[in-house]
Design a protein around this ligand. Sequence first.
Ligand SMILES: Nc1ncnc2c1ncn2[C@@H]1O[C@H](COP(=O)(O)OP(=O)(O)O)[C@@H](O)[C@H]1O
Ligand SMILES: [Mg+2]
Length: 331
Amino acid sequence: MAALLEIDRLTVTFGGASPVLDGVSLGIAEGEVLALVGESGSGKSMTALSIMRLLPEGARMDAAAVRLGETDLVAASEGQMNSVRGGQASMLFQQPKRALDPTATVGSQIGEPLRKHLGMSRSAARRRVVELLHDVGVDEPERRARSYPHQLSGGLAQRVMIAAAMAAQPRLLIADEPTTALDVTVEAQILALIAQKKAELGMSVLFISHDLGVVASIADRIAVMYAGRIVEQGPTAEILDAPSHPYTQALILCSSLRPDESGELYVIPDGAGLERVSSGGCRFQSRCHRAVEAHVEHHCASREPELVAAPGGTSGHDTRCWAASTMRESA
Ligand SMILES: Nc1ncnc2c1ncn2[C@@H]1O[C@H](COP(=O)(O)OP(=O)(O)O)[C@@H](O)[C@H]1O
Ligand SMILES: [Mg+2]
């Protein structure tokens, strides 16, 4: 199936510093949910913002291609991007209350994409806003449409963001840690709502999280990012059951999937070591214990591994680790 979203060798740099994204390639098929997972600072939000062309000032973006359907997002004019944002592609953020305009009612913010992208009249948009709020599970939608963001709880604000994001029936939803600021009960409700909307609209989703536990139920595929690189990707079940990269294994240990006996979450050592200044070797090597066991330290220190088919994996399961093949053979 042709990809709806195609990102080919995306690099983002701030000034003369080493890139925060370094040759990232991703594809998302029609109706597919791809989870992008990695620690804070690994480059997940920069990937999302590159697609929307909303990178912070000072960022330079280079890519062989970033394409959404027929639209070339690298070459698109600012005017074209304005019709993509909130039209073909919508975004959810971690802090919905901050993403909403504090000076405008909920109704006018959900109504805006209806008027802008679908050309609805003010009165038609007003009616549709109430339906949309009802569809995302908001009680008393007529009254809520007249509320201001500060009157909403975090969970309600995220429902409002989802209603606004769905208004113009996008082909792609980018959800950047949409449940990280919510408590677990509300998180489960919001995840279920996103899954339901995805099923109803048949849209594709790029779901970003630092927690593999959160994406396990919603993702068709998972891509793991470390220090601006994709280090592993593949079908969800295979990534969770047979992770190939030591970083993915560590992420599983510290996800909500696997608290230890004491209920504590595992923490990957040396969190500050997200090494961007590459010595030429593997970026994860200073935090990795596998190199020694696999007797490949010399490779790990001198050359960065390519992202290649994971030994023993199914098609589409790729990994970036020198030890992966050695460990598999000796397993
Ligand atoms: N405005 C900026 N100027 C310079 N570096 C930035 C800026 N914004 C983000 N970065 C850097 O880009 C890297 C990736 O950030 P980000 O994509 O936000 O990570 P994530 O979303 O995975 O937590 C981080 O190391 C961060 O320090
Ligand atoms: Mg982020």
